[in-house]
Ligand binder design. Structure first.
Ligand code: TYM
Length: 329
């Protein structure tokens, strides 16, 4: 019997996948693949909480699968599938909806952020987003959920609704733990280091995308916000430099003291060149693999189908149990 802990995580096929997604989530999924029984989901049903062009959404969903595999998600070690292929996700979300209090849901800060950004489309799905996310996780009897720190509140809600359901109706769901690594958990925007790097931000130099060409990366890093001090040290009060140093720290795997030594008495120019270089070197193999895979759409479809076939019985079994416990025929 496979006694490995079950890991589940998801990513939306909206916008372009960026360095924050990679360092906060995808890199950790890849690095930990050998240790766990892994399920990774492209959460396209979450994506429609924001208006999407239907044809583009299909394209972006398949493209994201391709990028994730290029990043190193190995179909022999991990199951990768598309959320909308399993109807138990929205079905369980409904059952959870009926067990989440309005007060708890209205506390979710992501809803507030996203509604501020999309004032013309504050829809019920956007409000309800955390219930669907809880369903994603709870369907698979998950131990760990590796995410960036922005998702912590959603996982807390997931744990609370699972415990409440188990208490009220009988044992049904495993209680998951968030897995948030300190490094890379919150990469900030290059143009504004007080806001999280995000797919939806509009600034041209806000984010490094995984498929950015080297000259684009160099230019974005050169323009990244720093400050008028010149020493290069880890100081959280100097948000711009701190953010760039944290990115360098994760990618170089060096410790903070040796990084500060490396750039002592050197200007931002030298540091930014080194940072751009390490980002380019990290992304190069991903981009090469992506171009290769992009020519083999059949292979990507096959991986997604195998992932789906393998996880579907788990979702079905949990859903049926929840349905029975709550008294639905
Ligand atoms: P999404 O697509 O917005 O983000 C995917 C992952 O990237 C992380 N992330 C970041 N990490 C560090 N710095 C950043 N600037 C940054 N921006 C994003 C996110 O924390 C996330 O881990 N709600 C999820 C999708 C989801 C999900 C799930 C996740 C749906 N169902 C079930 C886990 C389990 C999200 O925000 O995706």
């Amino acid at each position: 019997m496979d006694s490995k802990k079950v890991v589940f995580s998801g990513i939306q096929p909206t916008g372009n996948i960026h360095l924050g997604n990679y360092l906060g989530a995808v890199k950790n999924w890849v690095d930990m693949q050998d240790m766990y029984d892994n399920i990774f989901c492209i959460v396209n049903s979450h994506a429609i909480t924001i208006k999407q062009n239907p044809k583009e959404l299909i394209q972006k969903t398949l493209d994201l699968a391709c990028i994730l595999i290029a990043c190193g998600i190995d179909p022999k070690k991990s199951n990768l599938f598309i959320q909308s292929k399993i109807d138990y996700h929205p079905a369980l979300a409904w059952i959870l909806d009926c067990n989440i209090f309005m007060g708890d849901m209205t506390r979710m800060t992501q809803f507030k952020d996203k509604s501020n950004k999309n004032p013309k489309n504050i829809n019920v799905g956007l409000f309800n987003y955390p219930a669907l996310m809880a369903a994603d996780i709870l369907l698979y009897q998950v131990d760990l959920v590796p995410v960036g720190s922005d998702q912590k509140q959603h996982i807390e809600l997931t744990r609370n609704v699972a415990m409440k359901f188990n208490r009220d109706f009988g044992e049904c769901f495993k209680i998951p733990e968030p897995l948030i690594l300190k490094e890379g958990a919150r990469v900030m925007g290059l143009d504004d280091p007080t806001t999280k790097m995000s797919k939806s931000a509009t600034g041209k130099n806000h984010a490094i995308f995984l498929l950015d060409e080297p000259d684009v990366i160099i230019s974005k890093i050169k323009k990244a916000t720093t400050d008028s001090n010149s020493n290069i040290v880890f100081d959280e009060n100097r948000a711009g430099v701190y953010n760039l140093l944290c990115i360098y720290e994760v990618l170089s795997k060096k410790n903070r003291a040796s990084i500060e030594d490396e750039f002592a008495n050197k200007g931002y120019g030298v540091f930014k060149n080194a940072l751009a270089e390490i980002i380019i070197d990290t992304l190069r193999p991903i981009q090469t693999k992506y171009r290769e895979l992009n020519n083999d759409k059949k292979y990507i479809q096959e991986i997604l189908q195998n992932g789906l076939d393998s996880v579907l019985p788990r979702a079905e079994s949990t859903y049926n149990k929840a349905k029975e416990l709550i008294g639905l025929l």
